[in-house]
Design a binder for this molecule. Structure first.
Ligand SMILES: *Cc1c(COP(=O)(O)O)cnc(C)c1O
Length: 622
């Protein structure tokens, strides 16, 4: 045992006395009421712990024989080590000891942090990506990738330039014109610009999603609504009370079809945003801050399926949240079992989709909600696509499991007025179970020299005109209008599903609940991306999906049943063409080579760098 001389124990008891008197005076400084309160809390805590203390004692007692031999064997080594330490440290001054301890603690903390971050990187990326990432950093490889990127960017710019030149448009503006143009001249120039775009005669859309509304009357009404409120801004609610009230009504109308409102949970509240992505960013930020306030979580994690919309990954990047990405089941839906295994003490949000963008299928929302509710963790349901279709499809008798605020445990929902809400681009709604969570999307600043400041979301100034178009759309459609639209679109979807199943070589992915239908090759040797390139040449714009390789179309009110028939005809022809010549290179213009590359490159950074080069080119080419 360590030597302890008599003077040592005298010293210690002198220190003990000093410490005690210091503590006493500190206790005296605390107001009596607080002292009593603290004593009560301590009493409650010790009462609560008492039964467990007995259990702990029992466990220790039982474990003692297990560990006793090990402890006995280790004791001489520990004593030896202690003696060695004492001998070597005897020469050190106390201040040196203190300094050494502090430095050692800092180094250990640093090492631990490094280790944890390495483990996380490995968990998040896997070995193959780490190794590939290392290889990519070699100068030789880096130079090669940079050259490939530059050539891709040049090709994209050239393509865009050629297309612009073909339209016979005036040269691009690279600086503000010195003098202004007369209105007629501006309109003439606008006509040139407009001529480049695809046209959407009613029912004739050849594009997946994108344009959701139909009907000349509806479109004209929305344009007029926009024109009436062009100068308004809901930030100045005293100047423009009209748009403030319309925002409230749009939120209330949306809540009423998603389990809130008069016939649902009256606590449901929300606000409008500029789109699905902003609704998602807003809900993620609010949930993160809600959980920081409620549980003191400082290293937040978010649990999402691989099929959740990209906006959740964007939110995680923006708000420094670690993403736990989960696989979906054989039915392409996220399951409660998978979620349960991924939830941890730092989880601030679980995400489910109704329906998901890639395959148009709904995650197992009710089961997932049971798990999150038990753990007190927020659950966001992304209804950006489904919000204005599923409630009506269900009333029409289609198979639609519960997914909205009628499910206990769902805490927030995003849904897009600018998709199936049939309004102009630029509006969406984010809803919360209660204002307890919503308040965490607000920013209040009390000491700004610009005045007392409160803002509900990301934007400062917003367009009141867009709010008016969303309001006009919902009021013009009404429940009956949405029912009719849903019925027509669901018919198109069923027609498309049956048509795809009848094409030799294709199969539908999963069992879609609404009008987003994904399909993939059911035969080896059929490159679905080549099928897509052929469809693109024929004027169609479908979405390419990956993991598994597939395509999808989101059918909207802008697709008539006649156009679905045409698509099926072209699809069948494209599949036959690719099957007849599987090695065919196509015309080299399509996306198939890019997707082919993306599927085989293990390090996603290369793919990501290509995407960045592509985006640069898009922003710079005029
Ligand atoms: C479209 C969509 C979003 C994002 O919406 P934007 O309006 O494009 O920002 C999010 N989730 C799903 C399921 C979507 O379909």
């Amino acid at each position: 045992m360590l030597a302890q001389g008599p003077e040592r124990s005298a010293q210690l008891s002198a220190h003990g006395a000093t410490l005690r008197s210091w503590l006493d005076s500190a206790v005296q400084a605390v107001p009596p009421a607080s002292r009593e309160r603290a004593a009560e809390v301590a009493q409650v805590a010790s009462n609560a712990l008492a039964p467990h203390a007995e259990a702990v004692r029992r466990i220790c007692h039982r474990l003692h024989p297990v560990f006793a031999p090990t402890i006995a064997a280790a004791t001489p080594h520990v004593e030896h080590a202690a003696k060695w330490c004492n001998q070597h440290m005897a020469a050190l001054e106390p201040w040196q000891l203190v300094l050494l301890t502090a430095v050692a603690t800092l180094v250990a903390a640093r090492l631990l942090r490094g280790l944890r971050s390495a483990v996380r990187t490995l968990q998040d990326k896997g070995w193959s990506q780490l190794v590939a990432g290392f290889l990519l950093d070699l100068p030789l490889v880096r130079g090669r990738v940079a050259r490939e990127q530059a050539s891709l960017a040049a090709k994209v710019r050239e393509d865009l330039r050629k297309k612009a030149a073909a339209g016979g448009a005036p040269p691009a503006l690279r600086a503000l014109p010195r003098s202004g143009s007369a209105p007629n001249d501006v309109k003439r120039q606008l006509k040139y610009k407009e001529a480049e775009d695809m046209r959407f005669a009613d029912g004739d859309s050849r594009v997946s999603g994108t344009v959701y509304m139909a009907g000349a009357v509806h479109k004209q009404l929305l344009s007029e609504a926009y024109a009436m409120f062009t100068l308004t801004n809901p930030m100045h609610s005293d100047v423009f009370p009209s748009v403030r009230k319309m925002e409230g009504e749009v939120v209330a109308m949306t809540a009423s079809i998603l389990g809130g409102g008069p016939s649902g949970d009256p606590g449901v509240c929300g606000s409008m945003t500029s789109g699905g992505t902003e609704s998602i960013l807003t809900a993620v930020k609010a949930s993160r801050d809600y959980m920081a306030a409620k549980r003191g979580i400082t290293e937040p994690e978010m649990v999402v399926a691989v099929s959740a919309h990209a906006a959740f990954v964007k939110a995680a990047e923006y708000f420094k949240i670690r993403v736990i990405k989960l696989p979906v089941g054989a039915d392409y839906r996220l399951s409660a079992v998978t979620v349960r295994g991924a939830i941890g003490p730092n989880t601030v949000l679980v995400v489910a989709s109704a329906v998901g963008f890639p395959h148009g299928v709904m995650d197992h929302v009710e089961d997932i909600a049971k798990v999150t509710r038990r753990r007190g963790i927020p659950l966001h349901v992304d209804c950006c696509l489904g919000g204005f279709v599923l409630p009506f499809a269900r009333k029409l008798g289609h198979r639609v499991p519960s997914f909205d605020f009628s499910v206990p445990g769902v805490t927030s929902i995003s849904t897009d007025t600018h998709k199936f809400g049939m309004a102009h681009k630029g509006t969406s709604v984010v809803l919360y179970r209660s204002s307890d969570i919503r308040r965490h999307q607000f920013t209040s600043i009390t000491d700004w020299t610009g005045g007392l400041y409160i803002s509900p979301g990301f934007a400062g100034s917003r367009s009141g005109a867009l709010i008016a178009t969303a309001w006009a759309s919902l009021v013009h459609m009404g429940e009956e209008g949405f029912m009719v639209a849903a019925e027509t679109m669901m018919k198109s979807a069923q027609q498309f599903i049956a048509g795809v199943e009848a094409i030799d070589g294709l199969e539908v992915v999963g069992q879609p609940e609404m009008t987003v239908v994904a399909f993939k090759a059911s035969r080896r040797g059929l490159d679905i991306y080549k099928v897509n390139d052929l469809l693109s040449q024929a004027g169609w714009h479908l979405n390419a999906l990956q993991r598994p390789a597939a395509l999808h179309i989101c059918l909207t009110a802008a697709h008539s049943q006649g156009i679905v028939q045409l698509l099926l005809r072209d699809l069948k022809e494209a599949v036959q063409t690719v099957l007849q010549d599987p090695q065919g290179k196509g015309d080299g213009e399509g996306m198939a080579p890019l997707y082919g590359m993306a599927a085989t490159v293990p390090d996603r950074r290369i793919v990501s760098q290509f995407l960045v080069a592509y985006q640069d080119a898009l922003l710079e080419a005029m």
